[in-house]
Design a protein around this ligand. Structure first.
Ligand code: AMP
Ligand code: MG
Length: 397
């Protein structure tokens, strides 16, 4: 079909999946089991937050207009309590962080800013109106939507659900992704391979990547490099919501995945992307299901999943958006590559996150280099050289 640049291929995946995905069903799950799931309902505040004006400091509730000056302490209020009376000019109520501001008070003075003498406090500073007061409803008002369907639940969103009193929450069901490794040379992990065989590491990395993206992995048996076996297993794979194939998409004589898919009436959106690793990547749809033909070299399979299939699974999970975890770090040494391909290469990011060192590797079959890396440098297709100390784009692992 067509060879696309990295950005074009990524846009193609986002566009096709956003347009072609069907609405997932919904599951009701217990609050703390909802981590990483996609919210399937809008969440409204059940009351004002905060429900009362609240002090954000330990100190004294006062009237701002009394200061600079001296006032008399008439009582105290702590978090979990309310002050019963009302505060008048010339008076202060000792207050703790989180406690409701007494009626009549319009500012808080920090305890560090006063001098206390028996029942009296003094400060020679002016006090600003509403200082250190979190007004009622300032975080959210009762009925206001605080989270929307399509957001991925993380610990802070789960804290918000707990705050508004949700012990359970509606989330979207996980899409099922069938994983189909291909190749005559592939043996099961528990087997002793002969010298010309390799263990099936791609099905292992892919199942973990699928789960991390929010999908449910379904492992199929390895397809041998002949039409009948490959076709039968591809047909089984297309019963899932998404089919992830590894191997069999290069230009070799026994790379038959594309031919079998074409026979099954597949539509191909692209079958080559100007990236390394992973150039022969295939993306299409057959029998109403999206599929990716991921190149079989382990680094190619892992990287192309992260760059493309992960986005597809996130969108199919009902997520409103999907982003690549990209950032910048300073190169600890010079880096150059041949322009024309966007490269994603194993690297080590320093513990403070600020520096990046490209790793050596033996190419896209080097599982060890992938295992040692904690990030990837991203070398854009239109640039040749990055000097030591320059900022370079980094993809998180
Ligand atoms: P292919 O894309 O089918 O040409 O495969 C490229 C290379 O990737 C093969 O020579 C294998 O060494 C390796 N490979 C393919 N599939 C797997 C797999 N499932 N697990 C580990 N390595 C694989
Ligand atoms: Mg193969």
């Amino acid at each position: 079909v067509a060879a696309l640049r990295f950005s074009e291929a990524r846009e193609s995946v986002l566009r096709e999946v956003s347009a072609g995905r069907s609405a997932p069903s919904k599951d009701l799950v217990e609050l703390c089991a909802s981590s990483g799931r996609i919210l399937a309902e809008d969440i409204a505040a059940d009351r004002d937050y905060p429900p009362l004006a609240r002090s954000v400091r330990d100190g004294f509730a006062v009237r701002a207009a009394d200061f600079p000056g001296q006032v008399r302490v008439i009582g105290e209020v702590r978090a979990g309590d309310r002050f019963s009376g009302s505060l008048r000019s010339g008076e202060a109520v000792e207050i703790m962080t989180g406690a409701p501001v007494p009626d009549g008070a319009d500012a808080i003075i920090m305890v560090e800013h006063i001098k206390r003498d028996g029942d009296f406090i003094t400060t020679d500073r002016p006090v600003k109106l509403n200082e250190f007061i979190n007004p009622q409803g300032s975080e959210s008002e009762r009925g206001q939507v605080v989270m929307r369907s399509g957001e991925r639940l993380d610990y802070a969103k789960i804290a918000m659900l707990a705050t508004v009193g949700r012990t359970g929450v509606l989330v979207y069901s996980k899409p099922r992704a069938a994983i189909l490794a291909t190749g005559d040379e592939i043996v099961e992990i528990g087997e002793q391979p002969l010298d010309h065989q390799v263990r099936n590491s791609n099905s292992a990395s892919l199942s973990v990547q699928v789960a991390r993206a929010g999908g449910m992995a379904e492992l199929l048996p390895v397809a041998r490099d002949n039409y009948e076996a490959t076709r039968k297993l591809i047909e089984r794979g297309l019963e899932a919501d998404l089919l992830l194939l590894s191997g069999g998409v290069s230009a070799g004589k026994y790379d038959i995945v594309e031919k079998v898919l074409a026979e099954l009436g597949a539509e191909f959106f692209f079958d080559r992307v100007l990236i390394q690793p992973g150039q022969p990547l295939v993306f299409g749809r057959a029998q109403g299901k999206f599929f990716f033909g991921l190149p079989g070299n382990p680094a190619s399979t892992m990287i192309t999943f992260e760059l493309f299939a992960r986005a597809a699974i996130e969108l199919m999970s009902g997520s409103a958006e999907t982003q690549l975890p990209l950032s910048y770090a300073r190169l600890t040494r010079e880096f150059h590559h041949r322009p024309g391909l966007t490269r994603f290469l194993p690297a080590r990011r320093s513990s403070d996150g600020l520096e990046i060192t490209p790793s050596g590797w033996q190419g896209s079959g080097d599982v060890g280099a992938m295992a040692r890396a904690n990030a990837y440098i991203v070398a854009e297709e239109d640039r040749e050289l990055w000097a030591k100390g320059e900022l370079m784009r980094v993809l998180d692992k």
